[in-house]
Write a protein that binds this ligand. Structure first.
Ligand code: SF4
Ligand code: SF4
Length: 998
């Protein structure tokens, strides 16, 4: 089933599409980079930097731990068994919204983070950053002591020193009613912090509170005020939506409720229930949501308001009650965009009451207001959308707030500046010059996990306790409150924002736990009783704390001003749009090596950001992939490497934020390019730039062509290989569900030596649903955390030596300017006729009686014949002892149930054999059979879309057996007769019948 002209329909990179010699060399070289050997002295230094971030740690940790803590128990405490994992519920807040987590802990040592199934924003799933928080907890570069900076000198201080300074200083502030005090806080949804803030304002009425969050959702709030005159937020319900239009948003990966939304979205993508949703997405740079769309329009962010206006006009033409002022398009668009708008409007109108329009945070308030207006006209409220009062809704925008602070600092009106978290000196709008203004305050204090860019501008840096080691509380996007309970005593001490604010306001506090315990959270107006508190700790959610829906109706006078603002032109020139980075977000996770090494879902670039530009725009600008370019906006300029990415809108450059850090820590410092200097308060989302190629090249460590399945090479060697990604249109599939199976025509040749006989009670197998997978990468981090998989650093990734046991291949299809995207997670396929086993000279890779393709590490002598013979390219070789210099504190993140592999062995997916065995042992001890679904590998457990299903193929009624027999099921490279135990379910698309491809 090769594509036309001998080419395949799906391609991973422009090099593959063009079949360049570079691509052919990469896929034919089994072990790329071998000639640049491991003797490279820089390599060793790099490992020291990444993996053993501080050798001094060892001495410090040995001082830190009170001796009695490492003594064995003389008698075992009741309810505690050494070496047995226990799970506790807690919560992680990011940009003012929370997801609920379950943290697995061994002997008081958190090792693995999963989603809390009882939490409405998590439903059991966890994102890559949430899972990687365990590495952040054990980051040896976290601050251990307060730091005092004065007159160009800095000195480490004890906590007693800090308290000796802070207590009289805070007393003095209270005595002066907070005169000259400014507090700058990152976004927080904590009910306790909100309560303490009220107390603070009473105790210190002259103090001023400011907020700054670089990736805030302020425009959404402002849009609600425009539409309703009220500060509400929208809580979408995709389970009921049949037509969804996303206007420059990333509902499935970038929204605060993304895990739930992804679950709901995927539930109706499988084509099993007689219905399938349809997603239209318009965006400047491909996102996870755009990649999942049935119709994706690559369009500059500045043209999206006009597109939204065209959709409104289209809806009016279809009889939807759109206000008069919005019934005409604001301005003309090109034919492609007009077709997209017409198709979206037609489908929205047909699906009235089951449709939804969502605008992204980059879009101005008027687009959000229009989305609210159209959603009301479409009957979305109460069906696919509910409005809830924003708990922090009365505030000004973050840009206004931080601008106000900068003004007061400039005017010398701030005596004491207390900064609670964040990194404003690095990420505040560049035109404010906040980094330099901080020094104008007589006293400045920064509470932070790391001694970062902002800390270094302050007189005091105060270490912050990690969320896994401190008490707190926070709200999910729908308002549900979770208690953040600590899993471990603070490794380096540390304070929390709650404790600092309480100390400042003079509250008598024994502990942060008491502060949280005293906060009313369930809407009753009084703190939880003992039973309610215990239940909240156990379940991870406070029952009845979700925000109730509110009735809102669009103000009659709203439409006119919205229509007028939609017509403002996008202007000429290249548009640079700022993007949240899929790994480091706004830069806060820059020192997390798991996240740095996680390939970007779309570009597959690791350890870097880049200026993302489409092929046509790159050609127009005369810029090559990997070439350094200068981007200039007025007097501001940066240099950054260009990365040519199919699907970026014409005239657009995407700039992921969060790189080029200078004080992130040894892992994150100097990685990538700082694009914040181009971001100004007037234009925090997009800015016009001049682009100039600099001629210099830069190496981007992209994994997009690594471990490519060489289907073309196999065909050249006489095999006929079917498409690796099998797709069908929903309408066709519904008409003839067996068509996929018939077309695949998977042969089952006779075995030369008879079928393999298995003696085990179980036969393990897996399915991965390509229709559900959105390419979010959560499975890759879950596997890394569960299986002690090392990071290798940029240089090794560039040589194709990344160690991930599960990779998420991203394929394009169609034209490079407007391609469709598909994702395919690939791990070991546990083949029945495993080609790796037959070539291993020392029987280090063997078949188990339950059908697992097992690795016996201590037999492996590193010939790598197995990897050479694996058609799926899923085996990973340890070229180095990546853990050799891992510090004691980092070793606490290891899963004790999984071997830490040494140098020179081959490793790969084991189907999480440790999880299989622990369930088997428990079932055996309790003399009961293993229930279907009781064994859940880490990747399947965390997947927000439940794309991965694992189970026993010997049980014909198990879910995995049923899915193996599903009409959409197919085996990758079935033609080779290796008989993989993994099967994929074909991807379904649901294009609009009336629309040409946009
Ligand atoms: Fe994300 Fe992996 Fe699930 Fe795909 S399979 S949706 S990449 S977690
Ligand atoms: Fe990794 Fe386990 Fe999933 Fe295999 S089954 S890819 S080892 S998480």
């Amino acid at each position: 089933m090769s594509g036309e002209n001998g080419k395949r329909a799906h391609w991973r990179s422009l090099d593959e599409l063009a079949d360049t010699p570079e691509f052919r060399e990469l896929v034919s070289a089994e072990f790329p980079g071998l000639e640049e050997d491991i003797a490279d002295p820089a390599t060793r230094r790099e490992f020291v930097k990444i993996l053993g971030a501080s050798l001094g740690m060892v001495g410090l940790t040995s001082c830190r731990w009170p001796k009695e803590m490492i003594l064995p128990f003389a008698s075992q405490p009741a309810g505690r068994a050494p070496g047995v994992a226990v799970q506790y519920a807690t919560a992680m807040e990011l940009c003012g919204a929370t997801v609920g987590l379950l943290v697995t802990s061994y002997d008081g040592r958190p090792v693995k983070i999963e989603g809390n199934p009882l939490h409405p924003a998590s439903l059991g799933a966890a994102s890559a950053p949430a899972q990687a928080a365990v590495l952040e907890l054990y980051d040896p570069a976290r601050s251990r002591q307060p730091v005092r900076r004065e007159g160009g000198k800095e000195a480490r201080q004890s906590w007693e020193d800090f308290d000796a300074f802070a207590t009289p200083h805070f007393n003095g502030l209270r005595a002066s009613r907070g005169r000259g005090l400014a507090i700058l806080s990152e976004a927080s949804s904590s009910p306790t912090l909100a309560r303490l803030r009220v107390g603070l304002v009473e105790a210190l009425p002259e103090a001023r509170w400011y907020g700054w969050e670089p990736l805030s959702r302020d425009n959404e709030l402002e849009g609600a005020r425009l539409a309703f005159g009220r500060s509400v937020r929208g809580v979408p319900d995709l389970s009921r939506a049949r037509v969804i239009v996303s206007l420059d948003g990333d509902l499935l990966a970038g929204h605060p409720d993304a895990l739930r939304l992804a679950r709901e979205f995927a539930a109706t993508r499988r084509g099993d229930g007689g219905e399938m949703n349809r997603l239209f997405a318009a965006e400047p740079v491909p996102s996870v949501t755009g990649a999942a769309a049935d119709h994706r329009l690559a369009l500059a962010a500045g043209s999206i308001p006009a597109l939204a206006s065209s959709i409104a006009a289209g809806l009016a033409a279809h009889g939807v009650a759109v206000p008069e002022a919005l019934r005409k398009p604001a301005r003309a668009l090109d034919a492609r965009a007009e077709r997209f708008a017409a198709a979206a409007a037609a489908d929205l109108a047909v699906a009235r009451g089951r449709s939804l329009i969502v605008a992204g945070p980059r879009q101005p308030a008027e687009v959000h207001a229009l989305a609210w207006i159209l959603n009301e006209a479409l009957g979305a409220f109460g069906a696919t959308l509910r409005a809830v009062d924003d708990p922090d809704g009365d505030r000004e925008s973050h840009v206004q707030s931080v601008t106000g602070l900068a003004g007061r600092l400039r005017a010398g009106e701030v005596e004491t500046l207390l900064i609670l978290g964040g990194n404003a000196a690095y990420d505040a709008p560049a035109d404010l010059g906040l980094a330099d203004l901080i020094g104008r305050a007589r006293v400045s204090i920064h509470l932070s996990l790391h001694d970062n860019e902002t800390s270094r501008r302050c007189a005091w840096h105060v270490p912050r306790a990690h969320f896994l080691e401190s008490w707190g509380d926070a709200r999910a996007w729908d308002g549900t409150v979770s208690v953040q309970q600590p899993l471990i005593e603070a490794l380096y001490g540390g304070r929390t924002p709650l404790e600092l604010v309480a100390a400042l306001s003079g509250a008598r506090v024994e502990s942060a736990r008491d502060l949280v315990r005293a906060t009313p959270t369930d809407g009753s107006g009084s703190p939880l009783g003992e039973a309610g508190w215990r239940r909240a700790l156990h379940d991870g959610v406070v029952e009845g704390s979700g925000l109730p829906p509110v009735r809102v109706s669009v103000r009659a006078e709203a439409a006119g001003p919205v229509a007028a603002r939609l017509g403002v032109g996008a202007g000429r020139g290249t548009e640079a749009v700022f993007l949240a980075d899929a790994s480091v977000h706004d830069g806060r996770f820059a020192n997390n090596a798991w996240l740095q090494e996680l390939p970007d879902p779309i570009t597959r670039v690791t350890w870097d950001n880049a200026a993302l530009v489409g092929p046509a725009t790159a050609a127009e600008l005369g810029v090559r992939h990997g070439e350094m370019v200068a981007l200039t906006a007025g007097e501001r300029s940066i240099e950054i490497a260009a990365c040519v990415v199919p699907g970026v809108a014409e005239g657009v450059i995407g700039l992921p934020l969060g790189y080029g850090r200078r004080a992130a820590g040894p892992v994150g410092d100097g990685v990538g390019f700082d694009v914040y200097p181009l971001r100004v308060s007037e234009a925090p989302h997009a800015v016009k730039v001049d682009v100039r190629g600099l001629g210099r090249s830069y190496v981007l460590a992209s994994t997009q062509d690594h471990h490519a399945i060489d289907a073309i090479g196999m065909e050249e060697r006489g095999r006929r290989i079917g498409e690796l990604i099998v797709e069908a249109e929903w309408a066709e599939y519904r008409r003839d569900p067996d068509a996929i199976r018939r077309e695949r025509h998977e042969p089952k040749p006779l075995a030369l030596f008879g079928e393999l006989e298995y003696g085990g009670d179980h036969q393990w197998g897996m399915t991965i649903d390509l229709s559900a997978c959105i390419g979010c990468n959560a499975c890759a981090v879950a596997c890394q955390a569960e299986n002690n998989i090392p990071v290798v650093g940029k240089k090794q990734v560039a040589r194709g030596r990344e160690m991930h046991w599960i990779r998420v291949d991203r394929y394009f299809k169609g034209s490079p300017e407007a391609p469709a995207v598909a994702f395919q997670p690939v791990a070991c396929q546990h083949c029945e006729n495993a080609p790796c086993e037959s070539v291993c000279p020392v029987a280090a890779t063997v078949h188990s009686s339950e059908g697992l393709n097992s690795m016996v590490y201590n037999r492996c002598v590193g010939t790598r014949y197995c990897s050479n013979n694996c058609p799926y390219k899923v085996r990973r070789f340890n070229y180095f002892n990546y853990f050799k210099r891992t510090s004691q504190v980092e070793k606490m993140a290891f899963n004790p149930d999984v071997t830490v592999r040494a140098r020179g062995v081959m490793e790969k997916c084991t189907f999480c054999v440790q999880r299989i065995e622990s369930v088997k042992i428990a079932a055996k001890n309790e003399r009961r059979p293993i229930a279907d679904g009781a064994i859940v590998p880490a990747c399947a457990q965390t997947c927000p879309t439940e794309a991965i299903v694992f189970g026993d193929l010997r049980d014909p009624s198990s879910r995995v057996s049923q899915l193996h027999r599903h009409p959409r099921a197919y085996s990758l490279l079935a033609e080779l007769n290796v008989q993989p135990r993994n099967r994929y379910l074909a991807k379904l698309r649901n294009p609009s019948s009336g629309a040409e491809e946009a």
